[in-house]
Write a protein that binds this ligand. Structure first.
Ligand code: G1P
Length: 276
């Protein structure tokens, strides 16, 4: 069983400056809920209730969000306003939260490696909260879909989505043997390839299930694209020596690390989920 999920949240969020000068980008709200809370809810819904954050300087608002705010709570206790706290109280009742700090920004692979002590020697999920993944009412969340697959295959799994050719350079891109509809066994993967280099248009989205041997591999992974330690490179190593799956998930993904995606997500949530 997978119980743990890692949230790398140390990044700067430069695309949202000046909003993110003193506020973590993960705390930007999609309507009334911070981005990171959507990810944590998806994780808890998938049964991954032990949540670890790899944070950095200036990110204290995230740990405060998953803690009580006594003054506020006693102020509104017994009033109709209390209902606004329902969703975060549910999350706090069901989840356990741990934090560790990444002191230097050496890439997503390095951030995940920083979570080694929190995740221990067990398979775990990874959520990049910039990627907001929403499913239809009554359908399982993306992580829950991946947990099901993990039970069957017992190896690392990445979520993928088809993207237009001119977008491939924004993502890790995979090549693989099709096992069945929506499922590939990875044979190659490249971090942010040019259109010419890209082995397909199947792009990795910010949801992973990783087996713990990934940590030993990450320790030996040299800096790759942009001089950063890339999880994509470590996963390719894992794929060469064993098995890594890529899963074309059911659901909708919004790139909330970009202004366009953030606005699309806001409109979608307001029109489809808020007040329903
Ligand atoms: C990271 C990964 C990349 C993946 C992407 C998904 O890139 O390195 O492989 O496709 O997340 O959002 P980033 O967007 O952090 O540069």
């Amino acid at each position: 069983m997978i119980k743990k999920c890692l949230f790398p949240v140390a990044g700067y969020g430069t695309r949202f400056l000046p909003a993110t000068k003193s506020m973590p980008k993960e705390m930007l709200p999609i309507v009334n809920k911070p981005l990171v809370q959507y990810g944590v809810e998806e994780s808890i819904d998938a049964g991954l209730s032990e949540v670890g954050f790899v944070t950095g300087r200036g990110k204290r608002a995230i740990s405060d969000h998953f803690d009580l705010n006594y003054e506020l709570e006693s102020e509104i206790a017994g009033t109709s306003k209390e209902e606004y706290l329902t969703s975060i109280r549910d999350v706090m009742n069901q989840g356990q939260f741990s934090f560790t700090r990444q002191t230097s920004m050496k890439g997503l692979g390095d951030a995940i490696l920083n979570g080694k002590r929190l995740m221990g020697d067990e398979p775990f999920g990874v959520v990049l909260s910039d990627d907001l993944c929403l499913t239809e009412a009554g359908e399982e969340g993306v992580l829950a879909q991946m947990v099901k697959l993990f039970k069957q295959f017992r190896c690392s799994i990445v979520a993928i989505q088809e993207v237009p050719e001119d977008q491939v350079s924004k993502f890790g891109v995979i090549a693989g043997d099709k096992i069945k509809d929506n499922l590939y066994q990875i044979t190659d993967m490249i971090e942010k390839p040019s259109i010419e280099e890209a082995p397909s248009n199947l792009a990795i989205i910010g949801r992973y299930i990783l087996t713990p041997d990934i940590f030993d591999i990450l320790e030996k992974t040299a800096p790759g694209k942009n001089g950063e330690i890339q999880i994509t490179d470590a996963l390719l190593e894992q794929a060469k020596n064993g098995c890594v799956m890529a899963y074309k998930f059911k659901g909708r993904r919004f790139d909330c690390g970009s202004v366009d995606g953030f606005v699309d997500a806001t409109n979608y949530v307001f029109n489809h989920l808020y007040n329903q």
